[in-house]
Design a protein around this ligand. Structure first.
Ligand SMILES: Cc1ncc(COP(=O)(O)O)c(C=O)c1O
Length: 463
């Protein structure tokens, strides 16, 4: 039996009309889009779950803040509002606004990583990986083994494998590790959280070997909610207390604020200690790439919306509703025996496409097949987190095989209602009924050399 949906802790004051195209129209649109969902127009998607990043609905307080945004080039009051709020929550000495998460990575990573050094993470997100490599470093993923088995339920499947991490440090030599990055929640593993215990252990190892620890903090509030819910000693702590403790274990953070800070654009860098050397370098790089350090590539009104959203994103009632939405969808899938990365993480449901299409091999992209079927079935836009996204080996040019073939339902914050979630579940159930009749997957007709999934052209393989 599906669990009870947690009712919205808000009322709706403004709406954005959406229309559903007919099935014939959707089939035509996806064909014209070369079977690549990134080519679809937003208006042609009835339920758009491509990402939870920057797709959030702001509150009436945030929209009022937009009107109060101070657009001064230097020292705007909106900048100080954001700095006060971020220091209050993270307890760091220095906060640098930037325009989004990858800008934070672009500014900070070349300061931490020297050419030829390694960076270790519980799992790198694509842009984080790209910026380590652009800084001349090499990435090593080190998530716990259990994360690789979607059907095995366990708390904190986003954790770092600390034993393996220490082995890597000893094998490569501590001086050859530029930074350790803890991604919270672990997006690439299915939005899975990291426990406080794991955070503490990773921090202790970093201190032992004198390696800086950075948090990739896109979904810190969701992660804190899981710690409160699933780690017994934190059940009576506030979300803010938990966040402060998580961040106390790291030296820096890089953050996309387009997620848990509930805005459409924004990011931040944080430095815990008052380390004037790093801070000076951050300011200098920011001025070159982002703009003066008191606006960091953002409008004053964006800074104001972030200063308000940062508190709304850590509200426990909001988090209970948000995680409740994802759990509701997962429970409907349980009833229908549809597999996903279990238990569900924070920002979406990652459906196991290999379970739906066991007969479609990784090189015909089962997760992309499911994403296309969802669009045809109900106008739902999702995306492939599998072999199609992974791409080819840079040396041999052979198609790589991903650990997972997930179709990701990423849930924008405060946007969709229970009825939309029922449409998502019903669509999956319908596709499951006819899954065996979908015999083949897709072949790539054209692809760019890097990050191919955004732009590739695909075609159905004939029987
Ligand atoms: C874990 C993680 N890190 C970094 C980023 C990059 O952030 P942005 O898209 O704001 O550049 C993302 C975006 O999805 C993310 O999920």
């Amino acid at each position: 039996m599906a669990i009870k949906y947690v009712a919205e802790p808000f009322r709706i004051k403004m709406v954005e009309p959406i229309k559903i195209l007919t099935r014939e129209e959707r089939e035509q649109k996806i064909k014209e889009a070369h079977y690549n969902l990134f080519y679809l127009k937003g208006k042609d998607c009835y339920i758009d779950l491509l990402t939870d990043s920057g797709t959030n609905a702001m509150s009436s307080y945030q929209w009022s803040g937009i009107m109060l945004g101070d657009e001064a080039y230097a020292g705007a009051s909106s900048y100080y509002h954001l700095i006060d709020a971020a220091k209050d929550i993270f307890n760091y000495s220095y906060i640098q606004p930037v325009h989004q998460g990858r800008a934070a990575e672009k500014v900070l990573f070349p300061i931490l990583i020297e050419k030829g050094q390694y960076a270790i993470s519980n799992m790198f997100f694509d842009t984080t990986r790209a910026h380590v490599e652009l800084a001349g470093g090499r990435c090593i993923d080190c998530v716990v083994e259990i994360a690789k088995n979607p059907s095995e339920r366990a708390p904190f499947k986003g954790n770092m494998d600390v034993k393996h991490m220490e082995e890597i440090i000893l094998e490569k030599g501590a001086k050859n590790i530029g930074v350790v990055v803890m991604t919270i929640t672990n997006n690439s593993a299915g939005g899975q959280p990291v426990s406080m215990k794991n955070m503490r252990e990773v921090s202790n190892i970093c201190k032992k070997y004198n390696i800086p620890l950075d948090i990739d903090a896109a979904r810190y509030a969701e992660n804190a909610y899981f710690i409160k819910r699933d780690e017994a000693e934190y059940k009576d702590k506030s979300i803010k207390e938990i966040i402060r403790e998580i961040f106390s274990y790291a030296d820096t953070f890089t953050m996309s604020a387009k997620k848990d800070t509930i805005v459409n654009m924004g990011g931040m860098i944080g430095v815990k200690e008052d380390n004037s050397d790093i801070i000076l370098k951050i300011k200098a790089a920011c001025i070159s790439y982002e703009g003066f350090y008191t606006y960091g590539g953002l409008n004053g009104r964006d800074l104001e919306a972030m200063a308000i959203g940062i508190y709304e994103g850590i509200d426990e009632d909001f988090l209970k509703y948000r995680i409740g939405q994802v759990e509701y969808l997962a429970s409907r899938l349980d009833d229908a025996n549809i597999g996903y990365q279990a238990p569900v993480g924070g920002h979406g449901v990652f459906v196991d496409a290999t379970q739906m299409f066991p007969h479609i091999p990784y090189y015909e992209f089962p997760a992309q097949v499911l994403a296309i079927e969802l669009y045809k079935e109900a106008g739902i836009r999702t995306c492939d987190i599998g072999s199609y996204m992974l791409g080819n080996d840079p040396d041999t040019k052979e198609q790589l095989r991903s650990e997972f073939e997930f179709t990701r339902f990423a849930i924008p914050r405060r946007v969709y209602t229970q009825a939309h979630f029922d449409i998502m579940a019903d669509a999956l159930i319908e596709i499951k009924k006819r899954a065996a009749t979908i015999k083949r997957g897709y072949k790539i007709m054209w692809e760019p050399p890097i990050l191919r999934h955004f732009q590739a052209h695909l075609e159905v393989i004939d029987y």
